[in-house]
Ligand binder design. Structure first.
Ligand SMILES: NC(=O)C1=CN([C@@H]2O[C@H](COP(=O)(O)OP(=O)(O)OC[C@H]3O[C@@H](n4cnc5c(N)ncnc54)[C@H](O)[C@@H]3O)[C@@H](O)[C@H]2O)C=CC1
Ligand SMILES: CC(=O)C(=O)O
Length: 318
């Protein structure tokens, strides 16, 4: 479909215009990735305020039509990004949010689907792996078209901290965080490399996982959200940029490899769980989950993480 700018419409709807949703909208506008953006929130005044503020930046950005609306606006969206729901207070884990946010999601997803929507849903609300599963179930969409932001942010934090330690551009650091976006996530040291050179060669050690500096880097990655929430109450810029990265991979049909939350059906010995894994993302959503050869410790950690996600989901959804 053509829009008023004479270009193909790339329409994104955001449900939830709090810290994460509004930062995502701002990053999307700055990067000129979509040309139609609709913001939906239970607090319509908040969504309207964000629209006005974003629109005043338009003379400095690529043309984009931004407005606030209701769920019927999802009907012809290419992508709906859900960032609505409760966030963590100091000391709260992501899994502590599960009951509140499952209840909210059941309502939101029904309203999105009632609009006639038939695109891709990207979930960011926590606990993101469990809510991605709930969205997949409640929407009836194929698994490829329900994506969680997974460990995209954790992987970015990890790459940044490693780049800072080794004094190398983070774009040249290739290392994944997998599993739950949360306390049971794991660093995949066995495949971590910088410009093609394994990190163990840089450190001149056999077991990177036992290196004290690498242990500290992983802990600072895993606990980054707690460190930020204790200082400023919430995290939003990093995830907003991660969500834009996934959006670009979808709208530009990039076949990009990103650590997102995907439904696992036997990969890594795990079934019927959404969890953070490297996957190929394109216009159809998740094209393929990559199955890395994890070492024994990593595989056990990944399966433990999946077990915790499954138990939490079953308790919350019974
Ligand atoms: N996946 C990730 O890496 C990250 C996820 N998050 C998660 O994102 C979520 C949002 O966080 P913030 O934006 O900081 O929270 P926030 O409280 O600033 O915003 C939440 C928004 O959701 C709206 N909302 C609540 N119930 C709704 C409903 N039924 N329908 C429509 N809108 C509704 C609220 O009015 C509010 O505007 C949280 O669950 C947080 O934990 C935050 C950072 C990173
Ligand atoms: C809040 C959250 O999930 C994060 O910053 O990782």
């Amino acid at each position: 479909m053509k829009n008023g700018f004479g270009t193909k419409t790339r329409k994104v709807a955001v449900v939830g215009t709090g810290f994460v949703g509004s930062s995502y909208a701002f990053a999307l506008l700055n990067q000129g990735i979509a040309n139609e953006l609709v913001l939906i929130d239970i607090n319509q005044e908040k969504a309207e305020g964000e629209i006005r503020d974003l629109n005043h930046g338009m003379p400095f950005a690529s043309p984009m039509h931004i407005w606030s609306g209701d769920y019927d606006e999802c009907k012809d969206a290419d992508l709906v990004v859900i960032t609505a729901g409760a966030n963590q207070g100091p000391g709260e884990t992501r899994l502590d949010l599960v009951e509140k946010n499952v209840t909210i999601f059941n309502k939101i997803v029904r309203r999105i689907m009632d609009s006639g929507f038939n695109g891709i849903i990207l979930v960011a609300t926590n606990p993101v792996d469990i809510l991605s599963y709930v969205t997949w179930q409640a929407s009836g969409l194929p698994k490829e078209r329900v994506i969680g932001s997974g460990t995209i942010l954790d992987t970015a934090r990890f790459r940044y901290l490693l780049s800072d330690y080794f004094h190398v551009d983070p774009r040249n650091v290739h290392a994944y965080i997998m599993g739950e976006h949360g306390d049971t996530e794991l660093p995949v040291w066995s495949h971590a490399q910088i410009g093609g050179v394994p990190i163990k060669k840089f450190l001149n050690v056999e077991n990177v996982a036992e290196h004290p500096d690498m242990k500290e880097i992983f802990l600072n990655t895993r606990d980054a959200a707690y460190h930020i929430i204790n200082r400023k109450g919430a995290t939003y810029y990093g995830i907003a940029m991660g969500l834009v990265r996934i959006t670009k991979a979808i709208l530009d049909n990039e076949n990009a490899i990103l650590t997102v939350s995907a439904l696992l059906e036997g990969q890594y010995g795990v079934n019927n769980i959404y969890s953070g894994v490297p996957a190929i993302v394109n216009k159809d959503g998740i094209r393929e989950v990559l199955e890395l050869e994890l070492n024994e410790t990593e595989l056990k950690q990944f399966q433990h993480s999946a077990h915790v996600l499954k138990e939490t989901r079953e308790k919350a959804c019974q």
